[in-house]
Design a protein around this ligand. Sequence first.
Ligand SMILES: *Cc1c(COP(=O)(O)O)cnc(C)c1O
Length: 251
Amino acid sequence: MRLATLHNLFVIEDAAHAIDSFYKSKPLGGIGHFGCFSFHETKNIQCGEGGMLVINDERFAERAEIIWEKGTNRSKFFRGEIDKYGWVDTGSSFLPSDMLAAFLLAQLEHVREIQNKRINLWKYYYNKLLPLAGEGYIKLPFVPEFATNNGHMFYFICKSESQRAAIIKKLRTHSISAVFHYQSLHRSPFMEGKNFCDLVYSDLYSDNLLRLPFYFELTMEQADKICELIYETVSQEQEELIKELQYNIVD
Ligand SMILES: *Cc1c(COP(=O)(O)O)cnc(C)c1O
């Protein structure tokens, strides 16, 4: 924000999955001139497809309303501020349907309950897997001092791509779907043929990050089962590794 002021720029926050998140006690989406939230089905609060624009600078409120109303000043008309309405700017139809809005409202009314459940689930996974991380088998997420955790997803970093594959396979045999996350953009087909320097961390997270099932209805018992299977996989891998080492020593 300091840089933006210095250079006369505007900041649009991509706070898409940052609902109920804080940076030094400031809510995300409330720091820049604008904040954008997503209500896509993958988010904490969702209606399938949808979103919210937060305007933190009054200068932009009127124009945003017009763009939102297809380029007309219809909202002003409905408030009785003008006696007829018409086209005053470009715009489009950015409104969700009534059905989606109702679906979303019901969740917003229960946002604390939803968030408490998600955050508890997150902590549950975290504590269950802590011993495994302590032994150096996996790496758990780290939440720095200045940030809060909004329980959006639960992930950890596997030791290797093969460990991740083994865990996914194991969970799948129990009809549990664990997925990895985005592939790095520099490795996407769209970027093929373009030259990049080595992006070590980008590659590491693409290859080794694993997400666990994480949604409101998930129970602690189910989370237990998932963690149990992860422990099983890791210890099996460990045994195999030890065996292999022993053979090597014998050789
Ligand atoms: C989900 C997400 C988006 C996309 O949101 P849509 O509602 O699908 O447009 C963009 N940025 C981030 C960081 C997200 O998590």
